[in-house]
Every structure is written in C-alpha cells, then in structure tokens.
Design a protein around this ligand. Sequence first.
Ligand code: SF4
Length: 125
Amino acid sequence: MKKTWTRRRLLQFGGVAGGSMLLMPSVLSACGKKEGSAAAPEAPKALDCSSTTGLAPADLATRNALKYVDSSPDAQKNCANCALFVAPTQEGGCGSCQVVKGTINPKGYCNSWAPKPEATTGQPT
Ligand code: SF4
C-alpha cells in the first residue's frame, strides 16, 4: 500500500521533528558535549613524586633538610640536570637520587643540586 503525504500527515511529522530539535540541547548536554563544539582535551597531569610514604625518619629528615621540592624554583637547575639524579626506569616516571631518598621528580630540586659534568665527545684531545 502506497502512503500518500496529506497536509495532516505533514503537519504531524513537522511537529515530531520540531519537538526533537527542541530536545536536542538537553540530550547533548546530558552526554557532556555541547552543540557545535568539540570536547576540550584534558591537560596532562603534572608528575607527582612528592610522596614520602615508607621513608625512614632519617631519610625524611634529610629530604626535608635539603628542602626537596617537586618543582624547581630555578629554570636552570632541576633534578634532571643534576649530577646526583638517577633517571626513572619508566619514561615519564619518577626517578631517584643518590642523596635524597624517595621518589624524585625530574623537574624537582633541592639544596644539594650539583651540575652534571659536561658531556664528552669521546674524541681524544
Ligand atoms: Fe634533585 Fe637534589 Fe637529588 Fe640533585 S641532589 S637529583 S637536585 S634531589
């Protein structure tokens, strides 16, 4: 049987379609997305190596005495370019230190910072 589009059917269809359009913003907001905009990518979280859980009291005292911080106040000095830093075993993870016990942020700093020796070229002089 062939359906014919009568004026009544067109008005009914238009009412349903229009009602759906009115509900669209609330449906989209329930999904956490806004109409016409892409979801903003989340900023990567900063690496946190500040936990002192499990440290012996003496190691904690050393860490505090040397004023270790997870984020260096000096752009030129940080744990990653310190001679005493031990690089993390996993890329992007916390490293360790020969002086300060516990997890160490490559972007961290303490009062025992010492510059890494200059890289050698391997060429005899
Ligand atoms: Fe970082 Fe201080 Fe250890 Fe150097 S000595 S790696 S600055 S915690």
